[in-house]
Design a binder for this molecule. Sequence first.
Ligand code: APR
Ligand code: PHB
Length: 396
Amino acid sequence: MKKTQVAIIGAGPSGLLLGQLLHKAGIDNIILERHTGEYVLGRIRAGILEQVCIDLMDEAGVGERMHREGLVHGGIDLLFQGERHRIDMNGLTGGKNVMVYGQTELTRDLMDARKAEGLETVYEALDVAVHDFDSQRPRVTYTHNGQAHEIQCDFIAGCDGFHGVCRASVPRSAIQEFEKVYPFGWLGVLSDTPPVHEELIYVNSPRGFALCSMRSHTRSRYYLQVPLTDKVEEWSDQAFWDELKLRLDPQARKNLVTGPSIEKSIAPLRSFVTEPLRFGRLFLAGDAGHIVPPTGAKGLNLAATDVKYLSGALIEYYREKSEAGIDAYSEKCLRRIWRAERFSWWFTSLMHRFPEQGEIGQKLQEAELDYLVHSEAGSRTIAENYVGLPLDFGRD
Ligand code: APR
Ligand code: PHB
């Protein structure tokens, strides 16, 4: 039987960041991860960090490479009716920016730091089960290399993503789930080609949404809205580039450098929130508690703020013997989560083609976009949500 203060389930960004912040504060933790480290790093996700997330990487002591290699962006382009319009996020928010740094890189930095400090992570931990989290003595059981193990702990952090075991272990009567599934997916391609533009381009076209993003000056990430019935095998690289060109403006079409894909996948779009996020001594953080559609890249940033609130609450518990922080965790997170859910849903609704809404749907979107880019108030509403709301917003 092992003992630790906090048992963390899941070695994605949430679990790894939490582990690092707790360790810095002298709180002992073990991470259990179902897959191998290489598998976790192989999942390609978004890569736009808000200032809150950048600050947290620094606080965790793992920000050095991010500052060296990350690209600071102060604006985005919106393309509709064949024309591009820049949203000057920096100018509209009093100097705030975002940083382009892939989730894979952030995860790698956290994994390396954890390894360098000799902290325990059990990869390929199978049959993870959480027990007695409604008591003072929670337990976690799992098998590793065919052997059964048990960990006794003070708290369990459910950082195990949307399909994890923690949320699924909570009695149905204690939890409420809110969900919206969108009738399309994002087909993503990663390629070692220079990005088409120095900033991101979000495209509303009659053929559907497209996004031109990047990981570095030499690696691009592009997405196309596709029907959910499409299979990734049906999309050759050539077909992808041809369709992307059809959704771009003439300038971008001319500048686009194509090349072989190094990753290609289709992701469904979903809005999902669980309430509450705390059940006795079990907490949910990151994708285990909520999912946003990727438009606006809020998923990783929300996970980071959950972890900030959770680490703060646990540190307060151990240092000051106060439960105030853990009691407030769920409510504090949910307020911010719902704000980001609203923005991600709205930005998704504004930029995608909804075939059932017909031609008038497209016209109304274009009119809204026209208003937004030509009104300072309209542009600011995009800018301040995109760079991320402050941690203590609207408390007056
Ligand atoms: N036992 C152990 N580990 C598990 C289990 C389980 N039963 N179920 C899931 N896991 C692991 C997964 O293998 C994964 O590595 O939990 C981890 C969860 O990681 P993520 O899905 O990346 O979730 P999170 O860390 O909250 O990161 C949120 O990921 O999906 C994006 O947009 C999201 O960028 C955001 C970020
Ligand atoms: C990405 O680079 O993967 C990305 C960027 C911005 C988004 C979504 C995804 O809004």
